[in-house]
Design a protein around this ligand. Structure first.
Ligand code: NAD
Length: 312
């Protein structure tokens, strides 16, 4: 197998890739020649129709991560190329980040750090008064692998009640987790204290959180987005946060990535931003890379990969 790795991966799976075939790895200018690729590993690189057409021998596009919105799935399917992802490799890491961000909002951690560094005359100044999560209600938008993990951590660790909005999750499954299922997003947003987004970016989730949705949320609510940037309309969010200092929002993902320093949201005290670090832990990086290489090994042996995203 001629394996091209377009984005940096962890050293351990890189060694596995070398055992799996001839490996050409990323460089600072990007890989320029890849016509003979049979397998590619990508993280954030856009895999368009045009790029696919430049690799006539391609058999598998192995996504290192979960979201495959950077890959033209339909065209890959048309060409008989497997697209795979690593669905379980990073769910703990992303869920742990979502919980960290919710707590950081509740306790104003980034503002506390900034004020402490600047030098402060009073202990626990009034503007750093936070809220507890214990006993509050979290609303999950998307209750798949990551959403479920966030819900169970907050339920078991903080005694939070968990609600969810996920049209593809059955009432029975929601009940098994002890989650209250809503069929209407606005109804859930009105009732909960913390909102956490874990849905894929699709035509139906672009701007899922817009002016109307932000408008019905509780005044002192917390919103965490670790899914994809365009799911929240940033203009509407800026307006909502500017008008309501009691609302706190944390996002690991942005409409434009990497996020620019002049993004207006970053000028607000009630906003926390991180640069798409959800899956950036040692453990997840190793698991994602290893899974991507395992999928390539299966295809190389003439077998079907385990995590096919574009059912061929
Ligand atoms: P998953 O497929 O297990 O779960 C997604 C859930 O969203 C499913 O239960 C699905 O039914 C639900 N859903 C789909 N459309 C919906 C809609 N319109 N409204 C409500 N629910 C809807 O995926 P996951 O592993 O939980 O990951 C979720 C997303 O998180 C990924 O698609 C990816 O974009 C993002 N992600 C981000 C990072 C990061 O670094 N920040 C890392 C991994 C994944």
């Amino acid at each position: 197998m001629r394996i091209y790795i377009f984005d940096p991966i962890h050293q351990i799976p890189l060694e596995e890739a070398h055992k799996a075939g001839d490996v050409i790895i990323w460089n600072e200018d990007g890989i320029k020649e890849y016509e003979d690729a049979e397998a590619i590993i990508v993280r954030t690189k856009t895999v368009s129709k045009e790029l696919i057409d430049e690799m006539p021998n391609l058999k598998i596009i192995a996504k290192h991560g979960i979201g495959t919105d950077n890959i033209d799935l339909d065209y890959a399917k048309e060409k008989g190329i497997f697209v795979t992802n690593t669905p379980t490799a990073n769910m703990n890491s992303v869920a742990e980040l979502a919980v960290t961000l919710a707590l950081s909002c509740a306790r104003k951690i980034t503002m506390s750090d900034r004020l402490t560094r600047q030098g402060i005359d009073t202990l626990a100044p009034k503007e750093l008064t936070g809220i507890e999560l214990t006993g509050k209600i979290v609303g999950l938008i998307g209750a798949g692998r990551i959403g479920q993990r966030i819900g169970t951590i907050l339920r078991d660790g903080f005694g939070m009640e968990v609600s969810c909005f996920d049209p593809f999750m059955s009432e029975k499954k929601a009940n098994e987790f002890g989650f209250k299922k809503y069929d209407n997003l606005l109804d859930m947003l009105k009732d909960v204290d913390v909102v956490s987004i874990s849905v894929p970016l699709t035509d139906s989730t672009i701007n899922l959180i817009d002016e109307e949705e932000l408008g019905v949320m509780k005044e002192s609510s917390i919103l965490v987005n670790t899914a994809r940037g365009r799911i929240v309309n940033e203009k509407a969010l800026y307006k909502a946060l500017s008008n309501n200092p009691k609302m706190y929002v944390a996002m690991d993902v942005f409409e434009v990535e990497p996020p620019k320093a002049d993004n207006p949201l970053l000028s607000l005290d009630n906003f926390i931003g991180t640069p798409h670090i959800g899956a950036a832990t040692e453990e997840a990086l190793i698991r994602m890379g290893n899974t991507a290489v395992e999928e390539i090994n299966l295809v190389s042996s003439g077998l079907k990969p385990r995590y096919i995203v574009n059912q061929l």
